[in-house]
Write a protein that binds this ligand. Sequence first.
Ligand code: ATP
Ligand code: MG
Length: 413
Amino acid sequence: MSRACGFDFGTSNTSIAHWAGNGPRLIELQEGRTSIPTALFFAFDDGATHFGRDAIKYYLLRDEGRLMRALKSLLGSPLFEETTYIRAKKVDFSDIIALFIRHVRETAGGADHVVMGRPAYFVDDDAQADARAQAQLQEAARKAGFTHIEFQLEPIAAALDYEQSVTKEELALVIDIGGGTSDFSLVRVSPERARKADRKSDILACAGVHVGGTDFDRLLSVATVMPYLGLNSRLKTKNMNPPSWYYQDLATWQRINFLYDGKVTTEIKGVRRDSAEPEKIDRLLRVIELRLGHALLGQIEDTKIALSTQLKAALASAAFDDGKVLDVTRAQFEKAVSAAMARVAAKVRDTIALAGLKADAVETVFVTGGSAAIPMLRRMISQELPGARIIEGDAFGSVATGLAIEAHRRFGR
Ligand SMILES: Nc1ncnc2c1ncn2[C@@H]1O[C@H](COP(=O)(O)OP(=O)(O)OP(=O)(O)O)[C@@H](O)[C@H]1O
Ligand SMILES: [Mg+2]
């Protein structure tokens, strides 16, 4: 089969869409859903590899194995070059990403032409690393069976999706706040312009910053849960605390597995002997020994999501040996993420300034991405663009839909 598709390989979720007759259509991938978690689980007992929701399910069933999430965040980073051991075999991250892309590609019918999305910046302030990230993703897509691979910026793809519904010309600011990055484009959209082959002159600005939902998870974890596992706790050695990197890694999706190295456990046991609050270090050791890291961070993510609609949420976890329930408030969340949010707000202003415009020139704000549901972000958008009307995109489908429009434009059918 030779069919083109649009592929949104997201930090948290992945979707794929193709051109069906007269328009783009998202493809069902699992349980009737068109978006699946970007996750793999390598089961140790039967050697099976599970993807998406299944990956998380098998991990939570506590089968022996290895869960991998937020792989996109490794692209362009030094960690990408490292190999990891799975079932006593050395594998590299490129092959792991390729395995995931191949699974999605084949589930969706096996297209060989693809327009893949990419954020404005895979890596902030490092053009070389950013170019490396795209090349790594391209290589993985090739290993996954795609023969023709092109890229389009995710916030431009989202703009193409929005453009399908506009009835007159407008200047739209597209805001896509996902799991790994916040991406922006300032685009002139209209039904007539939508038919043009070359849209360069309609794209007034494009920008992004490496802040997204996985950062909010990390910051919330470090502010609320990690102290309970010994972050900043006292050692008997005067004025010393346990190394903070254990806690940063445990709060960072793509780094959790690095803690499961036996050497780290030995080291932490040493820290425990010197601890003035050993019950806290015991909790950290328990999480590592029982491989509860992803489950714990998942519960923190659930708490974050609950705080988008509630002012308070209860966080209970198997990681807490004492049945402790932490009450987390929206105010705590907002405090924990305020510096990160400020960076997102600054990038919104930068995007508009990059086009040489003022905020009041923007008529419409089109928002998409899972993190766009966060009330603090909504407030920020209304503050930055008080005159614009805000349109809600398909949080988990806009980018793939726009990429399918682009794939149709570039490759035809
Ligand atoms: N209601 C909600 N409130 C807050 N955050 C949410 C909500 N729903 C989803 N999220 C967060 O949105 C993020 C996923 O969004 P999305 O699927 O758009 O990202 P992605 O496309 O995978 O990432 P990226 O585009 O950055 O590579 C996750 O961090 C998730 O926790
Ligand atoms: Mg995305």
